[in-house]
Design a protein around this ligand. Structure first.
Ligand code: NAP
Length: 604
């Protein structure tokens, strides 16, 4: 029997869209469909120009509302202006867009594809879903998938009745029909036999003797009339008895083939590489509000290339205590060395543990064969449902490197750990398509990165320092860095390195602020506490760099507050400096985004 086939295409940046697409693919079989699944980047594996079966897109959003890197080629292809307006008139599709309302241009990756497909004549067979990571993707994703199956059934049946039905579809429709028809027949005859037997048993008990029939002989009857789970005998069969329905299964636990003692390792096909952590340094004082740690990964053997502005995905394992607790609840303690696949059947997305992305805080020009990154150990306060704990990945990393961690200011320059002492971690490069220094060295840049948001700018400045050494005759644009932290003496990350950049001219302006330091002896009133206050103080320069000199503005850090406040400040600066109202200022800033001269690398 052939099931109705449809195609799933996903464009994923961090794996969320891919994992939702895989979930749809898995559920398809349960609903009687067959689904082919492909990443949008594998253009040789699907052909929308001739695709007559329904297509389901799952597309995430990255950067400033861009489609994920894996969908960029596809978007370029469908944006080709020479395509006729009916290019996709044969295409029936549904689209699930993923985004985060904390970021600009919510769900824009999916919206871009959706609107272009519409322009090219494609038709929705199901309304587009817009899922918000800010409130929880599942709020939209779950009901959207739930409704997808009916929409697909309707689409297939309307396709089947049209002249354009294909062979798969007609096979499937007939098979389903036969299955249903024969299923009903079977049910009917079972029912008839049961009723017949019930009559016989009633008569038998009333008359005290066995009755033969043409269809059922005495021997069969005596066998069948034994009480069983399926059939009761008088007096039970004569009483009104309601057996509660068995609750639907909600959990599926599958044990996969036994692995070697310990852990399962991620496969190379996902692009992960096991690399050594060659150095770990604490960047903050012990009494700082947050503990920041810098790690150096040795990527020389794997030959991993990156540019400042790119990030790396890090895989971390589930917390051991939580795995133990789950095994205990599932009564699987004795199977702990097996790979156990646990799926929630009805309410789904035990979603796959997602990798965590960290910006490269280095340049390979300065550190060949190495990449650095920096993170805060996230501290989560105690809640009624759990005790105080650390963030999953940052807590794991901090524990993982504790034996090689150098406290602030103590790491010897020549320090080299023996390879055997170096902890390992699985990483995968996550290149950025836009967050890079301008190719033209003379373009001025403004960088805004408080806290660990400074990470990519350390990479930018290391690269610029090397470029300046190598191109002494070249003209370099101004570089401004707006940095902020809580206390000058506790969490001024990369202080020495930043001061070196400022001293040797790599950084034209290092503008810092300290949000929780007491006012200085002079008692400066209205001292800047946040990066945006310093941006306002340097409004003229910032506006002139962006508007007159066609420079670029980069912002990296906390998505929830800082980036929004910096954006508001930018609108004020542009409005005031150009003497335009807020709406025009918004248009100007939108123009900067479009020209990729206002770039954000923001994390929640
Ligand atoms: P943070 O919490 O953002 O704090 C840094 C400074 O920013 C503090 O002085 C803080 O002041 C101040 N601040 C608080 N609210 C602000 C606002 N609305 N506007 C401007 N400044 C504000 O620094 P962090 O803990 O290092 O976190 C930085 C963020 O960047 C995190 O979300 C992190 O995930 C993200 N990030 C990380 C990486 C990475 O690769 N690890 C890369 C990029 C970004 P107060 O606390 O005194 O209010």
């Amino acid at each position: 029997m052939l099931a109705a086939r449809f195609l799933i295409l996903y464009g994923s940046q961090r794996g969320q869209a891919q994992s939702i697409a895989e979930e749809i693919c898995q559920q398809a079989a349960e609903h009687g469909f067959t689904a082919d699944i492909n990443c949008l980047s594998n253009q040789h594996k699907y052909n929308l120009d001739s695709e007559i079966q329904p297509v389901v897109f799952v597309v995430s959003t990255t950067g400033d509302g861009d489609p994920p890197d894996t969908a960029q080629k596809f978007v370029r292809k469908i944006k080709n202006k020479s395509l006729p307006h009916n290019h996709f008139s044969h295409l029936h599709y549904a689209l699930l867009a993923l985004g985060d309302t904390n970021y600009a241009n919510f769900c824009n990756g999916g919206k871009t594809i959706d609107s272009r497909l519409q322009q090219l004549g494609a038709k929705h067979f199901y309304a587009t879903g817009h899922a918000d990571d800010g409130t929880g993707l599942e709020v939209v994703v779950d009901p959207w998938i739930e409704g997808l199956w009916d929409a697909l059934k309707k689409t297939f049946s309307s396709m089947a009745t049209s002249d354009q039905q294909d062979t798969d579809l007609s096979d499937c429709t007939q098979d389903n029909f036969h299955k249903n028809a024969s299923g009903q027949e079977k049910y009917k005859s079972d029912l008839e036999v049961d009723l017949h037997l019930l009559k016989l048993s009633e008569t038998d008990s009333q008359k005290g003797k066995a009755i033969t029939s043409d269809s059922i002989d005495v021997e069969t009857l005596s066998t069948v009339l034994v009480a069983s789970l399926k059939q009761s005998v008088p007096p039970l069969s004569e009483s009104a008895l309601n057996v509660p329905a068995l609750p639907a299964s909600y959990l599926e636990v599958r044990l996969e083939k036994v692995s070697t003692e310990g852990e399962t390792v991620p496969s190379d096909k996902d692009g992960y590489h096991e690399v050594s952590i060659s150095k770990a340094v604490q960047l903050t004082q012990d009494d700082a509000v947050k503990t920041a740690i810098s790690l150096e990964l040795d990527i020389s053997e794997q030959n991993l290339a990156y540019q400042p502005g790119d990030a790396f995905d890090i895989l971390c394992p589930n917390r051991a205590s939580e795995v133990e607790e789950l095994l205990l609840r599932l009564d699987l303690q004795t199977q702990k060395n097996c790979a156990v696949q646990v799926n929630l059947l009805k309410n789904k997305h035990l979603p796959k543990l997602q990798p965590r992305a960290y910006s490269a805080a280095s340049s390979s020009l300065q550190h060949p064969g190495k990449v650095h990154f920096v993170f805060n150990v996230v501290e989560l306060p105690a809640r009624p449902e759990h005790p105080a704990r650390t963030g999953l990945c940052t807590g794991w990393l901090a524990g993982h490197v504790s034996s090689i961690l150098w406290p602030l200011g103590t790491v010897p320059a020549s320090e080299r750990l023996g390879t055997s002492a170096q902890p390992k971690v699985h990483v995968r490069p996550r290149p950025s398509s836009t967050f890079h220094l301008p190719a033209d060295l003379s373009v001025p840049v403004v960088m805004v990165g408080p806290g660990t948001g400074v990470a990519p700018f350390i990479g930018f400045l290391q690269q610029r320092e090397k470029e300046r050494e190598a191109n002494q005759e070249a003209t370099f644009g101004e570089t401004w860095l707006f940095f902020g932290c809580r206390h000058k003496d506790k969490d001024f990350l990369f202080r020495e390195e930043l001061e070196r950049f400022a001293h040797n001219g790599t950084l034209s302006h290092l503008i810092v602020c300290f949000s929780r330091d007491e006012p200085d002896a002079a008692g400066t009133i209205n001292r800047p506490t946040y990066v945006q206050h310093n941006l306002s103080l340097h409004a003229k320069n910032v506006a002139s760099i962006l508007i007159k000199d066609k420079g670029s503005l980069y912002v990296c850090g906390d998505a929830k507050n800082m980036t929004k406040d910096v954006n508001d400040t930018l609108l004020e600066i542009i409005g005031n400096e150009l003497q335009i109202d807020k709406l025009d200022a918004m248009k100007t800033v939108a123009g900067l985004r479009e020209e990729k001269r206002y770039l954000q690398d923001i994390w929640s």
